[in-house]
Design a protein around this ligand. Structure first.
Ligand SMILES: [Zn+2]
Ligand SMILES: [Zn+2]
Length: 314
């Protein structure tokens, strides 16, 4: 603030001008003048009321913030009236409350998450081993109950990271690669301008799974939808595995083997559908073309123009 330009010399001494409201002593003689910092000449004057308001503004977000003069950076000495012991105790209690409450909340959330994962683990064990066997297992080995069972959903979600159908799709695409006709290359083997889009272009269109989340930020609606779908499908895997194991592999003696076979079948069916849908979308995109505009061309209908952008969740 160029406050020096406002200084007006009055009879040899600096006139007092508040650097906040820029008023002096001309109209009203005010009694609340302060010189709270090292500033010289006119800049050193400020009204107590103006400064008070200014300090409140600075301390709006956190009342403990130290406030200094914006020009000379001298910290203002703000003296609070003394508090009695009872008030001080209440204040300290209030602060302690602010520290303890978030920790309690975090602890409660962690407990809820633990109980939820434990329940899920117990239900899964029940489904896989049957009620009696799972009860016996949990009675014999309580550590199983406490440690292994809550980690079941986490393990399932980690297993989900093995994205075998993505690998399979890339393998299929690599097998189906079509070399562009020789007429599109020059003598050095470089693509000529105007050549059709090649395999490399379409491969790059499909982001790797790890990049998916980074596209448009984590909180993109589509990403959230995809993540929740993935989460639900992953956690429903044991249920589907048990049902498929019982219906398709009922003759298998071992319950666990039937469950594993059921899980593999579920994965295979789901993966096959996902690969089929993604390959269809890929081929439709590769073989689309844009028509020249002529008055005879039919108006594009909504159904024909909307390219299906639904991506399958795996
Ligand atoms: Zn003022
Ligand atoms: Zn100052």
């Amino acid at each position: 603030m160029e406050s020096s330009s406002f200084s007006r010399v009055h009879g040899g001494r600096d006139e007092r001008i508040c650097w906040i409201c820029l008023n002096g002593d001309v109209d009203v003689l005010r009694q609340d003048w302060l010189q709270p910092c090292k500033c010289r000449r006119t800049n050193r004057w400020v009204h107590e009321v103006c400064l008070s308001r200014w300090i409140d503004e600075k301390q709006l977000s956190s009342p403990e913030t130290r406030v200094s003069c914006p020009l000379c950076h001298t910290e203002y000495l703000i003296v609070m009236p003394p508090v009695c012991r009872f008030d001080a105790l209440l204040e300290r209690l209030d602060k302690a409350y602010g520290v303890v409450c978030p920790s309690i909340l975090l602890g409660m959330l962690a407990t809820v998450a633990y109980i939820a994962t434990l329940t899920y683990g117990v239900l899964t064990l029940n489904q896989v081993a049957g009620y009696k066997a799972s009860m016996r297992l949990m009675k014999e080995d309580p550590t199983l109950l406490m440690i292994v069972l809550p980690s079941v959903p986490a393990a399932l979600l980690l297993l989900r990271r093995i994205d075998w159908n993505n690998w399979l799709i890339h393998w299929l695409r690599r097998r189906q690669r079509q070399q562009l006709a020789g007429e599109h290359y020059d003598e050095h083997g470089e693509l000529l301008p105007g050549a059709p889009l090649g395999d490399d272009y379409y491969d790059a269109l499909e982001p790797a799974d790890s990049d998916e989340l980074l596209q448009g930020g984590m909180l993109n609606v589509e990403n959230i939808e995809r993540a929740t779908c993935r989460f639900c499908i992953t956690l429903s895997l044991p249920t589907f595995a048990v049902v498929l194991g019982q219906t398709l592999y009922g003759s298998v003696q071992s319950k666990l083997l039937a469950f594993l076979l059921g899980a593999l079948t579920f994965e295979a069916i789901k993966g096959a559908i996902c690969i089929y849908v993604r390959q269809c979308q890929y081929h439709r995109k590769r073989h689309r073309h844009v028509l020249d505009y002529t008055p005879d061309n039919p108006q594009p209908t909504a159904a024909a123009t909307t390219t299906t952008t639904t991506t399958t969740t795996t």
